[in-house]
Design a protein around this ligand. Structure first.
Ligand code: 5GP
Length: 348
C-alpha cells in the first residue's frame, strides 16, 4: 500500500486569479479553437464543448442545436442503423462523434453503418480505460479507421493518457468518478479529483501532440472555465446540458393556473439501474450499478444554457487577458480556496 501526499484538486478547490490586461470587453475574445489531431491528420475548428454520450444529452436534436454554436455532441449508443445512417448523411452530423461500446453488437452495428456512410469522428467510451483490452481496442479501431478522429477513455493519469495517445487516440477522455449522476466513488472508492486529473493528463497528452477532453464534474459555467484553464482542449458536459427540450427525457409536469407545465426531467447515468433496464434488460449479476437516476429542473431550449456557458468562458478570458481559448492555460493561475468559501460563491 502507498499514500500519495501531493494535494489533488477539484474545481471547487480553486478560483482563477484575475490578471492585468488590455482587453476591455467580452467581444475582444474568441472562444473558437482550431485543434490539430495527431493521428487523423486534420484540424477541427469550433467551440470545443461536447454533449456527453448519455441518453439525456447525446441526442440528434442536441446535435442540431449545438451545431449552431460550433459545439459538438457524442451521440448516445442506442440509435439504430437506419437512424444513424440517415443522420451521418446529413450536414447536422458535422460536429458529431459516433459512440462505440465494447460489446460485439456495438461493433457489428458500427460495421453496418460504416458500410453505408463515412464516420469521421469516433468516441470509444468505457468506464475504466485502464485495461489492456481497451488499449487493444483503440489500436484496432485506429487501424481500421486511419483518417477518423478518435476520442477514447476514461482515464485520470498521465501514464494511461500516453498509452492511449500512442495506441491511436487523438483525444483522451479524462474523468473517473466526477459525474453528476456517477456513483463510482461511492460504490468502489476509486476516483481522482478532476482538476488535477485534467492538469496531469493534459501535460502528458500535449507532450505527444495529443489532446484531452475533461469529462464530468462541471456544474456551473465557471467550472467549464476552470477546465480550460487546467489545459482541457475539450470539455464534455452531461448534467449541465440535461433537462432541455433537446434532451429527449421523460418530463414531469404540474398543473399551474389550470395548465399542465413541464417542471422536471428524468436524467440518469449510463450505468444506472434505469439505463441497464432500458438497454440491457437489467443489472448483470457480477456488477453493481455505478450510476444514479435524478430529476433535473426543466429548462426549455438548450440555446439559453449555451449562451450562459459561452458568456462565462468569454468573461473569464477578459479577466485573465486571454484573447484566444488556446492562450487560457498560459494565462491561468489557480488560487486554492477552502471548498466551503467557494461553494458560498457559486463554485458548485
Ligand atoms: P456530468 O457532466 O454530468 O458531471 O458528467 C458526465 C459524465 O459522467 C459522462 O460523460 C460520463 O463520463 C459519466 N457518466 C455518465 N453516466 C455514468 C454512470 O452511470 N456512471 C458513471 N460512473 N459515470 C457516468
Amino acid at each position: 500500500m502507498r499514500i500519495e501526499n501531493d494535494p489533488k484538486l477539484d474545481f471547487k478547490d480553486v478560483l482563477i486569479r484575475p490578471k492585468r490586461s488590455t482587453l476591455s470587453s467580452r467581444a475582444d475574445v474568441t472562444i473558437e479553437r482550431a485543434i490539430p489531431f495527431r493521428h487523423a491528420k486534420r484540424n477541427w475548428k469550433g467551440f470545443p464543448l461536447i454533449a456527453a454520450n448519455m441518453d439525456g444529452t447525446g441526442t440528434i436534436p442536441m446535435a442540431r442545436a449545438l451545431k449552431r454554436f460550433g459545439a459538438m455532441v457524442a451521440l448516445r449508443k442506442h440509435y439504430d442503423v437506419d437512424e444513424l445512417v440517415s443522420f451521418f448523411r446529413s450536414d447536422d452530423s458535422a460536429n458529431c462523434f459516433y459512440t462505440i461500446g465494447t460489446n460485439e453488437a456495438d461493433q457489428e452495428k458500427f460495421a453496418a453503418v460504416k458500410k453505408q456512410v463515412a464516420i469521421p469522428m469516433i468516441c470509444l467510451d468505457v468506464a475504466n480505460g485502464y485495461t489492456e483490452s481497451f488499449v487493444d481496442m483503440v489500436r484496432r479501431v485506429r487501424d481500421q479507421n486511419p483518417d477518423a478522429v478518435i476520442m477514447a477513455g476514461n482515464v485520470v493519469t498521465g501514464d494511461m493518457t500516453e498509452a492511449l495517445v500512442l495506441g491511436g487516440a487523438d483525444i483522451v477522455k479524462v474523468g473517473i468518478g466526477p459525474g453528476s449522476v456517477c456513483t463510482t466513488r461511492k460504490m468502489t472508492g476509486v476516483g481522482y479529483p478532476q482538476l488535477s486529473a485534467i492538469i496531469e493528463c493534459a501535460d502528458a497528452a500535449h507532450g505527444l501532440k495529443g489532446q484531452v477532453c475533461g469529462d464530468g464534474g462541471c456544474t456551473v459555467p465557471g467550472d467549464v472555465a476552470k477546465a480550460y484553464g487546467a489545459g482541457a482542449d475539450f470539455v464534455m458536459l452531461g448534467g449541465m446540458l440535461a433537462g432541455h427540450d433537446e434532451s429527449e427525457g421523460e418530463i414531469r409536469t404540474e398543473m399551474r393556473d389550470g395548465r399542465k407545465v413541464p417542471v422536471a426531467m428524468v436524467f440518469y447515468g449510463m450505468s444506472s439501474d434505469t439505463a441497464m433496464k432500458k438497454h440491457a434488460g437489467g443489472v448483470a449479476k457480477y456488477r453493481a450499478s455505478e450510476g444514479k437516476t435524478v430529476e433535473v429542473p426543466y429548462r426549455g431550449p438548450v440555446d439559453v444554457t449555451m449562451q450562459e456557458i459561452m458568456g462565462g468562458v468569454r468573461s473569464m478570458m477578459t479577466y485573465i487577458g486571454a484573447v484566444s481559448l488556446k492562450e487560457v492555460p498560459k494565462r491561468t493561475t489557480f488560487v486554492r480556496v477552502s471548498a466551503q468559501l467557494n461553494t458560498m460563491f457559486g463554485g458548485g
